[in-house]
Write a protein that binds this ligand. Structure first.
Ligand SMILES: Nc1nc2c(ncn2[C@@H]2O[C@H](COP(=O)(O)OP(=O)(O)OP(=O)(O)O)[C@@H](O)[C@H]2O)c(=O)[nH]1
Length: 179
């Protein structure tokens, strides 16, 4: 997702897919500015993985100092998916809420199948949190750094002098960057 030339990386960590290479998960975690940890209400094992992933995210970002712009832990939301499968449910709403309360993280119970609005709501909330963190810490520093970098890139015209057509220049893109 990109706004004003700044790019926010969301990582979706599916706790049911934990057979993924541990190194791959670490790479994903290093890249993310915000995280959606998704478990399935029909799969108790996926729920049990949530806490481990939270600790992993905090460990990688905070303990090892890889945070690009803040010493705060990155925003994380916990999502319980497949709430439409009521008859196959293995994890109650209360379990999800209890875990999220314990971890002090926002919690959403949704059905990706039934409602795109619920799904979009999760990303919208996470986006708000990431932007808030960027603004309140070194977000402005990061954007300034991008602006400075763009200044170093020379103007590029896609059409040679004397020809017609739309031209694209990096400085016009730079105009969209916030101060
Ligand atoms: N009923 C229902 N099915 C869903 C929902 N979200 C995903 N699925 C289905 O679950 C299956 C697996 O979805 P994937 O996105 O591939 O997830 P996965 O982690 O690879 O697989 P799972 O371990 O089954 O979660 C697919 O058939 C999806 O259509 C949901 O909210 N409700």
């Amino acid at each position: 997702m990109s706004i004003g030339g700044d790019v926010v990386h969301f990582e979706i960590l599916d706790t049911a897919g934990q057979e993924e290479d541990a190194l791959l998960i670490e790479e994903k975690i290093k890249w993310g500015d915000g995280f959606v940890i998704v478990y399935s209400v029909t799969d108790r094992c996926s729920f049990d993985e949530v806490m481990r992933l939270c600790f992993l995210i905090n460990h990688i970002h905070v303990s090892s100092g890889t945070r690009k712009c803040s010493s705060d832990p990155p925003p994380i939301v916990i999502v319980a998916n497949k709430k439409d499968l009521e008859f196959d449910r293995m994890v109650s709403t209360e379990d999800g809420e209890g875990l999220s309360r314990g971890l002090k993280l926002p919690f959403y119970e949704i059905s990706v199948l039934d409602s795109w609005e619920e799904t979009a709501g999760v990303f919208s909330a996470l986006y708000g949190e990431v932007m808030q963190q960027l603004d309140s810490s070194a977000g402005s520093f990061r954007r300034r750094a991008v602006s400075k970098l763009m200044e170093k890139i020379p103007r590029i015209n896609s059409h040679p002098p004397g020809t017609t057509g739309r031209s694209f220049s990096f400085s016009s893109f730079r105009d969209f960057l916030p101060d």
